[in-house]
Ligand binder design. Sequence first.
Ligand SMILES: *Cc1c(COP(=O)(O)O)cnc(C)c1O
Length: 360
Amino acid sequence: MSRVYNFSAGPAVLPEEVLKEAADEMLDYKGSGMSVMEMSHRSKVYDTIIKEAEADLRELMHIPDNYKVLFLQGGASQQFAMIPMNLMKNRKAAYIVTGQWAKKAYQEAKLYGEAVEVASSADQTFSYIPDCSDLPIPEDADYVYICENNTIYGTKFKSLPNTKGHTLVADVSSCFLSEPVDVTKYGVIYGGVQKNIGPAGVVIVIIREDLITEDTLPGTPTMLKYKIHADADSLYNTPPAYGIYICGKVFKWIKKMGGLSAMKEHNEKKAKILYDFLDESRLFKGTVRKEDRSLMNVPFVTGSDELDAKFVKEAKEAGFENLKGHRSVGGMRASIYNAMPIEGVEKLVAFMREFEKNNG
Ligand SMILES: *Cc1c(COP(=O)(O)O)cnc(C)c1O
């Protein structure tokens, strides 16, 4: 067996320990005589799995009691519709458009009401986070929406926007559990788990209880009502049971590693190695304004499409996978999520130095 350094933006690298544990439990989960994949989601064994996963997540993020944690399906993209369907009481919401995922959410919201783009960084290919200290947020907006870490462009909100008292909704798919977060600042925090937590197919929604109401837009499907899932503790129908089980293992792994402050320290250390190199390199350049750089997704270019392609190819041959930038922007992108070991980044930088020497 040999494992590569996987720099994929998602589905992405998971802690090896977690994968091994899951492998050990594959045929017989803790004496149940079956795999978690084969067991009833209404069974006592599974109930413990999902309850423990929730409790561990609550502990890691210090989630207050007046927030519900929902384990849902449909990926982050399903939330692009679910959010307006459930929260657009006035049929108006403010969107800050800092990349493709924010834009997709904004466009989806337009199907349900008036989505107002109050800020955007499209003018410079989403390479920065706009000033959000005094935005023209409509008084009657139901919420202000952000994508907190922009997976494709590699930017991150270092401070949250001034919502002027409105509910903040954040897509944290690619920065979930990468650093401590003050949950009370948000109405809704959600993310697909395949970037930093688990297998694709699960989306976690952390939502303040007062936002969970019967009062959804007309025609909202039952499966897309937060209240239905909240009332049933995420067991209204069969949940993505195996995926939730892996998420639970990752929560325990993060706890063991020292929690979110330790994750942040570890992530800052890793990102610094790569960014420091990019800042001194004659060949490679980061594409993001320094103060807005993500700790998780690091896009960079050589300035030549040909050299970029050569780099991606040779990196792959050397065991560094998925360094090609998103199809919409080209260049390279190294995603260095929680589970990417520091050696992975050190070795990548050593490889980049060597490449620079041979191609400079
Ligand atoms: C990957 C990603 C999505 C889309 O996730 P799906 O689970 O594929 O729907 C949405 N938002 C962000 C920030 C992402 O990184």
